[in-house]
Design a protein around this ligand. Sequence first.
Ligand code: ACO
Length: 165
Amino acid sequence: MSASKGHFSPSVISADVVSSLPAGYTIRPLEREDYHKGFFECIQVLTSTGDVSESRFLERYDYMKNLGVHYFLVIEHEGKVVGTGTLMVERKFIHDLGSVAHIEEIAIRKEEQGKGLGLKMIQALSSVAKNVGCYKSILGCSPENEGFYQKCGFKRGGLDMNQYY
Ligand code: ACO
C-alpha cells in the first residue's frame, strides 16, 4: 500500500485519535519488529495463540500486508506492545458495492486496562473504517464486554452464530 514501516499507511488513522493518547503511548500500524515487543503476550489476554515462531509471524504479516484488506493496530508504551486490535474490510455486492469493516482481536494488557486505551483502539479502528470507505463496523463479543462496546458507540445488532471446525 505504501513504503511506510508498518503493514499499512498510518495516514488512514485519525490524527485526532493519534494525538489524544496519554503521554508516552502511541497507536500505529503493526510492524515486523512487534514480534520482539511482546505482541503475542499482549494478545494472549484475549485468547490462546499457540507458540508462533518469528518466521511464521512474518509469513502471516506479509500475507496480510499483500492482501491489503487487513488493518492491524497496536498501542506501544515503553517499547512494549500494550494493546492490539484489527479491522478486516469485506467488499460486498450489496449497498452499491459497499464495504463492511469487521473488528477483531481487541486486547489491552491486564495492567493497562481501565486507562481508556481500549476506547482509543476502537476510535482509531473506526476512523480507519471510515477513511477506507466502510459504511459500518461489525464485531462479536461476550456478554461481559457488551458495556464496553456500548461505551464505544456500538449497539446490539442481530444474534451472533458460530460453527467451529
Ligand atoms: N463492561 C462494561 N464497561 C466496561 C468494560 C466492561 N467489560 N470494560 C471497560 N468498560 C468501560 C470503562 O469503565 C470505561 O467507561 P468510562 O468511560 O465511563 O470510564 C469505558 O468502557 C472505556 O474503557 P477502557 O479503559 O478504554 O477499556 P480497557 O482499556 O480496559 O479495554 C477491553 C477494555 C478491551 C475489553 C479490555 O478489558 C481487554 O483487553 N479485555 C480482555 C480481552 C477482551 O475481552 N477483548 C475484547 C474481545 S471482543 C473483540 O475483540 C471484538
